[in-house]
Ligand binder design. Structure first.
Ligand SMILES: *Cc1c(COP(=O)(O)O)cnc(C)c1O
Ligand code: SF4
Length: 350
């Protein structure tokens, strides 16, 4: 079968540090060691957004030797313990994450699931997907199914359509969500054909993952516009990343720009305690400052919840000053069950 343009773009992606060294004056050797542990893939489009070494696009997709530091947790959200079957994460009673794809268009260096995205252990078999659907069908409390991965939109239309149809047909499933970074890294994936397919599964919510105003290109805006025209409700989850977007003016510009693209900022995430991502972590205080800076000058529409996903699978907590307590140098966060958790906040940098 003929390859679609997005599939060709995926094939033309950069996957070795040698390819990086052809375009930028870097030593590929130290980075190659990182790629052995955590795969690299950068789509031609996303690569074209890099202006110089170390810029906010570069930092998100180019491997960094600091990823090999053994600080942080391999499975920061304790997802493996919350999986009744390998393709499902079930933490909250009424909603589940359905892991339908093991790969992404570009691998984000800060990914929470970097232990497995792009690795053979994450490629899902037909049986694992079927077990996921059977679990959802057999669990009537589940109202909301979040297609995730990896990136669900890397599945071919036929496979994606089949999975969506099966989940959509389960009577107790009221809404479906898709989490995808494709509008950011592979906007050519958002074809008319895909939108026609998705439109059949309303109410369908799609959360994308823009982290920096430089990602808000005309091409990305067009991709989001097509999805919105197909009746899909668009949200965005941003991760607060050190030296990428941890400044009030950057986040303000990002959130206002998203609204113009018909995408509503949904969450601002505190970076997880993931092994290999420590250098991206910012202190909670800087996130609170950013949120405070948004409240006045930015519309409520562009003010998401600032959340931290607690280590060990305890769940998301909105970070409001009242959920935080300081005791000397320690930062304590109130968990959903009311206890105070000692949180390893990194030192302030600004
Ligand atoms: C974040 C998350 C969800 C979705 O939570 P919402 O707050 O409804 O967006 C569902 N399941 C798990 C395991 C999650 O981490
Ligand atoms: S697109 Fe999402 S799942 Fe894939 S590497 Fe990036 S953060 Fe991880």
């Amino acid at each position: 079968m003929a390859r679609e343009p997005w599939q060709q773009a995926l094939k033309d992606s950069l996957t070795t540090t040698g390819q990086l060294a052809e375009r930028f004056a870097i030593d590929p050797q130290p980075l190659a060691a990182v790629v052995k542990r955590y795969p690299m893939r950068i789509t031609p489009y996303y690569f074209s957004l890099i202006e110089q070494i170390g810029d906010p696009i570069w930092r998100q997709c180019v491997p960094d030797p600091r990823e090999l530091d053994d600080i942080g947790l391999v499975d920061p959200l304790g997802e493996e313990n919350l999986s009744p079957v390998p393709s499902v994460v079930h933490r909250y009673p009424d909603r589940v994450i359905f892991l339908v794809s093991g790969s992404c268009a570009s691998y984000c260096r800060f990914c929470t699931r970097k232990r497995k995205v792009g690795c053979p252990s994450m490629s899902l078999s037909f049986r694992e997907l079927r077990d996921g659907i059977d679990y959802i069908a057999a669990t009537p409390q589940i109202r909301d199914v979040i297609f995730s991965g990896g990136d669900p939109l890397l599945l071919p239309d036929s496979v994606l359509g089949d999975l969506l149809a099966r989940v959509h047909a389960i009577p107790h499933v009221e809404i479906i969500r898709i989490g995808t970074r494709v509008p950011v890294t592979l906007p050519e994936r958002i074809t008319e054909k895909l939108c026609t397919l998705l439109r059949r599964f309303a109410p369908l919510y799609l959360n994308t993952h823009f982290n920096h105003p430089r990602e808000l290109t005309a091409v990305a805006a067009e991709a989001c516009g097509k999805l919105a025209d197909a009746g899909i409700v668009l949200g965005n989850q941003t991760v607060l990343l050190r030296d990428v977007n941890d400044r009030p003016e950057i986040i303000g510009e990002l959130f206002r720009g998203l609204l113009k693209m018909r995408v509503r900022p949904y969450y601002l995430h505190q970076m997880d305690l993931v092994r290999g991502g420590e250098h991206f972590r910012t202190p909670v205080e800087s996130g609170l400052k950013i949120m405070k800076s948004l409240r006045g000058p930015v519309s409520g529409l562009a003010s998401p919840h600032y959340v931290i996903d607690l280590p060990g699978g305890q769940g998301k907590v909105p970070l409001l000053p009242k959920s935080l307590q300081r005791e000397g140098d320690r930062l304590l966060i109130r968990t959903p069950s009311g206890e105070l958790l000692d949180y390893p906040d990194p030192p302030a940098i600004y």
